[in-house]
Design a protein around this ligand. Structure first.
Ligand SMILES: NC(=O)c1ccc[n+]([C@@H]2O[C@H](COP(=O)([O-])OP(=O)(O)OC[C@H]3O[C@@H](n4cnc5c(N)ncnc54)[C@H](O)[C@@H]3O)[C@@H](O)[C@H]2O)c1
Ligand SMILES: [Zn+2]
Length: 667
């Protein structure tokens, strides 16, 4: 069931109210009412809602600002460089989406990453002027925080003077004040004896302590400090996060004892797992890993959202694990013919539901995990993701466990399977299992949202040969439907009504529903927004597709190939004949002084690139990632990239920020 606009608005209001309440309890009273993971779930729900309905975003929505407000009793400090939060995820899948997003924003560039423990304390900034500690501040609302210099001076691990021969004029270092889990327990035990309110966790104890106006009370609290970040630096330069952490250590500041430098995405994930294995032995409480782009040069390219940098994010260790027996493996055929091994297991309770099936993803994964039938396996589920087998308890092996052998023939149509890289695949275009998956994908909530079209019905429709293609759904009639099992007149009519209604869905959902390889929901929305109609999209060239921000070659080629295929064209004509909507309401109708003009931005401007892009779009212009002959203007900031040379080669008009402002004004 999808929500009506009114229900969506209601849910939005409700979430905003709840989150404000929890924020107040957490930040102001240092007394959380719910767990962090529950809080993050609500927060992500709000974010998703606002992403799909941007009209609901107000400047004071919790997604647009950082939680704390400055306290009375302290004087205030303005952060010249804002102190931001981190976007976070609990799921491995999303972790790779984040990494992917970073990599695609840096085409052709070599990127490495650092993985650091995410210390669960209170974010603070410390300024050292000519090597002497001169100012300490809380994050506050990100722009203005509280001056807690006197409180920080009571923390013994904070050096008041740096071990540095020629200290730079200004070093603003950022990090975390924290309480070790042991000290936290001791503090709470003592408070219990004294009949005082207990702190919920070390982070709240730290926050509560730093808020004390009397430094003598702070001095009695077992606080410690660790640094990892940079604020304003005068007279000092650094190129990578690795170099920075080593430098901090050298000059006598406490830094995370453990951190990893990773060359690629897989190494990042490995580091995250290693950290998880040992994090309970660390002196500070951790709730996750902080993943950062190592090269500082890229920070200006990647930029910032209202709340967080785009070059860093957090992976939180929230997901629960369960252990159970793997009894059998079945082979599922996906909508593109890829065979997925799926584990069938003794039912086990995991993050709120009983699960008895989990994905093994592919045969490479089977090999990597060295999992066998009969093994005791570990399962994990994060967010809404399907449970997956993440490990094997090999110490429990009996010797009777059986290998998982890839099948030779398609379990659905019997066709001989072939390998495509690590994927085993059925190449039969009429394979019933694939068709069923394609129909279910087309009908799902995020796509055409056809109510009443469930798995068992799709099975019948395909097995009886009634539906041979997604477009056939629009030819169903009551007569043929009532002949099916468990299909009364009423349900047949309801289904037909659902099918009829799906014709009105926005183009973005139709594109997603078509199931074009590599084109997910977000990409489908982008395509609808840029092209506006299916006909324009179907004639798009690779070059035009590459002009969409975050679109890579693989995606562009996949779209061009899709619309080139005869059978796909026939399907589209059939959909058209039945009156399926081919138009998007997301299209940004270009009207304004910049209408019809395409801009590319390079280098650092006075505000984040996204904000500049938005201004251009609001005046009817288009913004693209790549310079091509279709580019009208290249907007150049400081330290421009290779785009400048490309534009010069093509003779494109090059303008600075000032000229852009003039263009935005019109005339
Ligand atoms: N339980 C509740 O009711 C409740 C209410 C509000 C907020 N919260 C929790 O607080 C979070 C929001 O707080 P937040 O904005 O401080 O985000 P956050 O604490 O999840 O992450 C961002 C912060 O991590 C810190 N950090 C620690 N180690 C780091 C490292 N190595 N590198 C970079 N940063 C590091 C920084 O201070 C940074 O600001 C929520 O996601 C939620 O989990 C809970
Ligand atoms: Zn098949």
């Amino acid at each position: 069931m999808s929500l009506t606009p009114q229900e969506i608005k209601q849910r939005h209001d409700e979430l905003v109210k709840l989150i404000r309440k929890y924020d107040h309890a957490y930040y102001v009273e240092s007394r959380p009412l719910i767990s962090d993971q529950e809080y993050d779930n609500l927060y992500h729900e709000l974010e998703t809602l606002e992403k799909n309905h941007p009209e609901l975003i107000t400047p004071d929505s919790p997604t647009q600002r950082i939680g704390e407000s400055p306290l009375s009793g302290f004087s205030q400090v303005t952060h010249e460089i804002p102190m931001l939060s981190l976007e976070n995820t609990y799921s491995k899948e999303e972790l790779f989406t984040f990494l992917d997003r970073i990599r695609r924003a840096l085409p052709g560039k070599k990127v490495s990453y650092t993985v650091e423990p995410k210390i669960d304390g209170v974010s603070i900034s410390a300024q050292y002027k000519n090597g002497l500690f001169s100012l300490g501040a809380t994050r506050g609302n990100g722009t203005v925080g509280d001056d807690i210099t006197q409180n920080l001076k009571t923390i013994r691990s904070l050096p008041l003077r740096l071990e540095l021969e020629n200290p730079p004029e200004l070093l603003e270092v950022r990090g975390e004040a924290y309480m070790s889990p042991k000290d936290f327990e001791r503090l709470n035990a003592q408070r219990e004896k004294e009949g005082k309110v207990l702190f919920a966790n070390p982070r709240n104890a730290t926050a509560g302590s730093l808020k004390q106006l009397d430094p003598r009370i702070v001095a009695e609290r077992p606080l410690a400090i660790v640094f990892y970040g940079a604020g304003k630096l005068v007279g000092f330069k650094c190129k990578t996060q690795e170099e920075w952490l080593n430098f901090l250590k050298k000059i006598g500041l406490p830094v995370p004892i453990l951190f990893w430098v990773c060359k690629n995405e897989n190494e990042v994930y490995e580091a995250i797992c290693k950290l998880n294995d040992c994090r309970n032995e660390l002196p500070y409480p951790t709730d996750g890993a902080a993943i950062k782009v190592n090269e500082w040069d890229y920070y200006s390219i990647l930029g910032y959202t209202a709340k967080a940098p785009r070059w860093a994010f957090a992976y939180k260790y929230g997901a629960e694990r369960a252990k159970t027996r793997l009894n059998n493996v079945i082979f599922q055929v996906g909508r593109s013919g890829i065979i997925t091994p799926v584990a069938e297991m003794d039912p086990v309770f995991l993050s709120g539901t009983t699960v008895s099936r989990a994905t093994l993803h592919n045969f490479d994964q089977v090999k990597r995990l060295d999992v066998k039938i009969g093994d005791l396996v570990y399962l994990e589920k994060a967010g809404e993701v399907i449970p997956e087998v993440v490990g094997v308890d090999t110490s429990q092996r009996q010797g009777t466990e059986k290998e998982i052998i890839p099948p030779e023939h398609c379990p659905s149509c019997g066709e001989k399977l072939f390998w495509e890289g690590i994927f085993l695949r059925c190449g039969n275009e009429n394979c019933p299992a694939q068709l069923k998956e394609r129909i279910l994908h087309f009908a799902q909530r995020n796509a055409m949202d056809i109510q009443g079209l469930g798995e068992s019905l799709v099975d019948q429709l395909v097995d009886k040969g009634i539906v041979r293609d997604i477009a056939d759904l629009y030819e169903l009639d009551e007569q043929s439907l009532v002949k099916l099992d468990r299909m009364g007149k009423k349900s047949a009519q309801n289904l037909l009504k659902g099918i009829e209604e799906s014709k009105k869905r926005d183009l973005s959902r139709l594109i997603y529903g078509l199931g074009i390889t590599h084109i997910g929901q977000k990409a489908s929305e982008d395509l609808a927004r840029y092209f506006g109609t299916l006909d324009r999209l179907s004639h798009a060239t690779e070059e035009e597709l590459l002009a969409i921000p975050f679109f890579g070659e693989v995606m562009a080629r996949s779209i061009v190939n899709y619309f080139r295929k005869e059978e796909n064209r026939r399907r589209i004509e059939k959909l058209r004949k039945h009156g399926v909507n081919f138009v998007s309401s997301l299209l940004q109708t270009p009207s304004g002084p910049l209408s019809g003009k395409t801009f590319v931005i390079t280098g650092t401007l006075s505000e984040p690139r996204e904000a500049v892009a938005e201004k251009i779009i609001s005046k009817g212009g288009r913004v693209s990632n790549t310079v091509s002959r279709k580019t009208n203007f290249l907007v150049v900031g400081s330290d421009p990239g290779s785009k400048l040379q490309e534009a010069q080669k093509l003779g494109i008009t090059i303008i600075g920020e000032k000229e852009l402002v003039d263009l935005l004004k019109g005339d």
